[in-house]
Design a protein around this ligand. Sequence first.
Ligand code: NAG
Ligand code: NAG
Ligand code: NAG
Length: 319
Amino acid sequence: MEFGWKQFILLSFLNVVILIEAINLKIATDRAVQIVSDKYLSIAIDTGIIRHNWERLNFSSPKVQSLARALSPCYLRVGGSEADFMRFSTDTHNVRFYNQSDLYMSDYYDNKFVNFTMFSNQWDELNHFVTKVGWNLIFDLNSLLRENGQWLPDNAKLLMDYTSQKGYKITGWELGNEPNSYKHHVGYSISGSQRAKDYSKLHSLLNQYPQWRNSVIIGPSTTQLSKTSAEKYFTEFLQTGGPDIVTNPTFHHYYINGREATIDQFMDIDILNGLMPEINKANEIAKHPPYGKTWLGETGSAYGGGAPGLSDTYVAGFM
Ligand SMILES: *[C@@H]1O[C@H](CO)[C@@H](O)[C@H](O)[C@H]1NC(C)=O
Ligand SMILES: *[C@@H]1O[C@H](CO)[C@@H](O)[C@H](O)[C@H]1NC(C)=O
Ligand SMILES: *[C@@H]1O[C@H](CO)[C@@H](O)[C@H](O)[C@H]1NC(C)=O
């Protein structure tokens, strides 16, 4: 069918009429639907980037610093699967790991995590950066350093002693990552009630440092809360630990698998709607009060480091 110019104008005219009739917005500026923290828009960086010596994140770049400063006030959470494979050392070491062709994402895909060391100079660099740009650091500690089923806080203490000596201000702490997936990632499980006991130990440790007694503490960092097993884990952790175990209960959400992601998925209404039921579920289990407000402790469009060519484009904005 061909449109003559008269029909086109008629259609345009109808469009205008429809638009005028349809758009009738009332914005009630006298009341807020939700009030979010001034740090609501915050950032997470995967611990794996430390193993790669802050690869692709140049802390001394003026451009990076300007962009980062514009995001403050915010939290920077450094954590993730590899937090459970990291040990701190007070040694300094000029780490030279920088292999452009070796994408760090491959660590996730292969599910092969290796223990590694964060040297004090790498920790210094991070702390100097967050101080410079005004970010509030939340750091995820290795929870797999264990003995007889209990968390061993020695290495965390070493890090805290060093940090305390240096006078670095740490805003918050976390212990482990996505423990409901340990069976898959680590090869054995740690129950929600045991994880609560691990957090009690973290509290005892932090109590030795006056500056961190009232730290932000986040956890249990469960993932896929839509699954019954994850819901049980989250519930067991909070019920064992009680409302004081964490200042903010956390869960993680990813919409899709980065490796298999398609552009259609990024615009799929059902997938986009996937987060809301998890938020509702978390808020139902961890009622505020008595629990602190629930946080989305780590999220992104696609897990496994994102979907190359999609997660870093406009279409990911919908998620
Ligand atoms: C990081 O940024 C600084 C300052 O712009 C620059 O001199 C240095 O070469 C950069 N390092 C890398 C590895 O790109
Ligand atoms: C860098 O990574 C590539 C691909 O994984 C590998 O073939 C190469 O040997 C690596 N180079 C170094 C210096 O590790
Ligand atoms: C990594 O460290 C943990 C804790 O010390 C240990 O149980 C585990 O066997 C180590 N893994 C590897 C692959 O060396």
